[in-house]
Design a protein around this ligand. Structure first.
Ligand SMILES: *Cc1c(COP(=O)(O)O)cnc(C)c1O
Length: 512
């Protein structure tokens, strides 16, 4: 079954060529006076060919970009249950605060005396993060979660070197970890060794203990983990790691599930990044912006990178250089300026708007919503692990066995139902995984709508006669199945004109 229309449009979704292919007449959106006939003095710098910009009128430009924006699925248009991503509503108040001219228009090269308010905001954000986690220090400058991981490992490396332990070259990472964990360890110069998971989706404590030695620098553990489960052995892990002279790095990307309920310092954590853009608002579809402040224990705090905002009397100052007597052991600098300031503003606005009780409720609602989805979907789907989950729930593909429908087909069918598919085939330890994270900002009504759609699809798949239809989906989206691997491996980032006619668009090539 394919749906075709005479125009190529799909309902009110308008099909359109690339903007360069719409250039026919050399029109422009503005009226310019004719260029006077003067001799140029540009010599060899004079333009030889056409500039190659498309000529379009103002309404054509407006329509082009508006149509493009309508093809972009977003949290503002619908449910976005992408596991591990915490795609939640970003209160507009936070955007308003970030746009205040006093915040939005300052420049990092301004004299410190003129940006005291900005420093106070950074310090306030840091104070909340330390209060919530119970940790003694926080490095604010990392620009994302992965950058925060690197910050934590570089602190750990500096600490080992300062203690004559620079020979430790191994970082232990569980099999279920997010890909950034092993990548970070490798980037920091470490060899990565995988720690297996138990049948019930937790880090295998006994296996971890056998891998600990005087060569291990750190253990990186995500908690709650990417199976949506709390690592109940976290304290025992910390004790074993410390007894072996290593440090305990916790990946805090899933902090949304425990904010206000648990001080991670009590688990014995030495370093943890916080994805402000996940847990503390800030829209982050499409790869940015983000911020990954890294909280540190007393043992690692002296090695935190510069710049640091420090309180001096009634005001603030910045420690800008490694070697500054106020921070003599700082390992260096990882980012220009002070970090993602706009994200700090949103995070502070979010925290102040919710307050301590609101943050406590948000993490509770995130966990409640995930468990509601897990409980109701279990009627047709097969949960990967028994028992309640934290902020996300994971199903394996046993419910599709013998139907001819794969996890991918199932997820693609959800697009036709108006939902962004959940995370698929991750975590890797779950066969054919579907990882669903609803977040606390979805209402029961929107969860029910999603649940009904998923249950109906599962029933249809189980009839055993719908495999062809599932494989054809999505049928209602502007594009169907794209070669995502090719797009990632061989991205075509530039449009090149073909002599004598327009090149086919990238999207069309992929769809063909
Ligand atoms: C998102 C995420 C990261 C990486 O964070 P970025 O901000 O995307 O760099 C690391 N670990 C886990 C578990 C995540 O979900």
């Amino acid at each position: 079954m394919t749906i075709t229309t005479n125009s190529g449009n799909r309902g009110l979704q308008i099909e359109q060529p690339l903007i360069f292919e719409q250039n026919t007449k050399g029109d422009t959106a503005v009226d310019l006076p004719p260029i006077p006939q003067v001799r140029t003095r540009l010599g060899t710098m004079q333009r030889q060919g056409r500039i190659g910009l498309p000529g379009l009128s103002e309404p054509e430009v407006v329509r082009h970009y508006t149509r493009l924006s309508q093809k972009n699925y977003s949290i503002d248009t619908g449910f976005y249950p992408l596991g591990s991503c915490t795609m939640k509503h970003n209160p507009r108040l936070n955007e308003k605060m970030a746009r205040l001219p006093g915040f939005a228009e300052i420049h990092p090269f301004q004299p410190v005396s003129t940006i005291q308010g900005a420093f106070e905001l950074i310090d306030t954000c840091a104070a909340w993060l330390k209060e919530l986690t119970g940790m003694v220090a926080v490095a604010m400058s990392p620009a994302a979660g992965a950058h925060g991981e690197l910050c934590g490992l570089l602190c750990i490396r500096a600490a080992h070197e300062a203690n004559g332990q620079g020979h430790r070259k191994v970082v232990l990472v569980p099999e279920s970890a997010h890909g950034t964990n092993p990548a970070t360890a490798a980037l920091a110069g470490y060899t990565v060794e995988a720690v297996p998971a138990t049948e019930d989706g937790h880090v295998d404590l006994e296996a971890l203990k056998t891998k600990l030695s005087d060569q291990v620098a750190a253990v990186m553990i995500t908690n709650p983990n990417t199976c949506g489960l709390f690592e109940k052995d976290a304290i025992a892990i910390a004790e074993a790691v410390h007894a072996a002279g290593a440090y305990f790095y916790m990946d805090g990307a899933n902090y949304n599930a425990i904010v206000g309920r648990l001080k991670i310092a009590d688990l014995g954590v030495d370093a943890m990044h916080i994805n402000l853009h996940k847990t503390f608002s800030t829209p982050h579809g499409g790869g940015g912006p983000g911020a990954g402040p890294t909280v540190l224990s007393a043992k690692l705090a002296p090695f935190a990178p510069v710049p640091q905002v420090v309180k001096v009397g009634e005001g603030y100052d910045a420690v800008e250089h490694a070697g500054d007597p106020r921070s003599p052991q700082a390992f260096g600098r990882m980012k220009g300026y002070h970090g993602q300031f706009g994200v700090f503003v949103r995070a502070v606005s979010y925290m102040m708007a919710l307050g301590a009780d609101g943050l406590y409720q948000a993490s509770g609602d995130a966990v409640l919503n995930a468990n509601y989805i897990m409980a109701r979907l279990s009627a047709e789907l097969t949960p990967a692990f028994a028992g309640p989950c934290m902020h996300e729930c994971v199903f394996d593909d046993r419910f599709l066995k013998g139907t001819g429908v794969s996890t991918l087909d199932f997820a693609k069918a959800l697009i036709d139902e108006g939902f962004h598919p959940p995370t698929m085939y991750f975590p890797l330890v779950v066969h054919g995984a579907l990882l669903i994270e609803p977040t606390e900002t979805e209402s029961k009504a929107s969860l029910d709508q999603f649940i009904e759609a998923v249950l109906a699809l599962a029933q249809k798949a189980k009839t055993g006669t719908a495999a062809d239809e599932f494989r054809a989906r999505p049928l209602l989206a502007p594009r169907r199945r794209l070669d995502e691997t090719k797009a990632a491996r061989k991205p075509v980032l530039r449009w090149k004109p073909i002599e004598g006619g327009a090149a086919p668009t990238v999207a069309r090539q992929a769809a063909e």
